[in-house]
Design a protein around this ligand. Structure first.
Ligand code: NI
Length: 225
């Protein structure tokens, strides 16, 4: 399931973050991948130890946590602190699948169920830079307004097309979901969405309560930490 989540960050937050990012020191993005990824990756990132990465990463995660659709779609149990990247001057990232297990600062590990990209540049400000995700339904091309996010299964083959004008700036991170199976996550999101629509439409309260109970009982059966 590839899902476009609108307005995770508002225009004021984007402007504030971009002012800091545009003056930041960027390093070669190949520092955070293995040898195979290094062959395909041509971009820049904030250093993992950069205080700006930590500061802006917290801001991105707080915005995601406030967004009801983000939470319902991902059901996060662990999130890798967001990184920030920049593609310019032909920068690109060839087709790859993300690593399955990642180390967290506290020594624990995260299983990357879901990948997330939050776009931080106006799509009119650069050419190219489309995120191409190849899932069971074929290839999807993603280039979103600044502040919007895409979440997709980290198991998908994906790439970033070369940026031929301007700069594509984004935040990206991985999520370990309470529900590991993608089809089950989709079912839960559909049920959650239907319940919210019924509630907003003033549907019969006992029936909505029963459906909400079904949602929680499925989540109880399917969740793992
Ligand atoms: Ni990737």
């Amino acid at each position: 399931m590839l899902l476009h989540i609108e307005q995770v960050l508002d225009a004021a937050a984007i402007a504030r973050m971009r002012a800091k990012l545009d003056g930041a020191e960027w390093i070669d993005g190949r520092e955070t991948v293995g040898p195979q990824g290094a062959l395909a990756k041509r971009n820049q990132q904030l250093a993992d130890t950069s205080p700006l990465r930590a500061e802006l990463g917290r801001e991105v995660l707080a915005a995601c946590a406030r967004h009801p659709e983000f939470h319902a779609a991902t059901l996060p149990v662990k999130i890798l602190p967001p990184r920030f990247n920049r593609y310019a001057n032909g920068g690109c990232y060839g087709a790859h699948i993300d690593g399955a297990v990642m180390a967290l600062a506290d020594g624990s590990q995260l299983r990357s169920d879901i990948a997330c990209t939050v776009f931080l540049a106006d799509p009119e400000s650069y050419d190219g830079g489309e995120l191409i995700v190849d899932d069971t339904y074929g290839e999807h091309e993603v280039k979103l307004p600044a502040g919007d996010a895409v979440v997709y299964p980290a198991s998908s083959l994906h790439r970033v097309e070369p940026v031929t004008r301007g700069a594509r700036v984004a935040s990206f991170f991985w999520i370990q979901s309470l529900v590991r199976d993608e089809a089950r996550r989709r079912t839960l999101l559909q049920l959650d969405t239907a319940i919210r629509q019924l509630t907003a439409g003033g549907a019969d309260a006992p029936a909505v309560k029963q459906l909400t109970g079904v949602y929680h009982n499925l989540l109880r059966q399917w969740s793992e930490t």
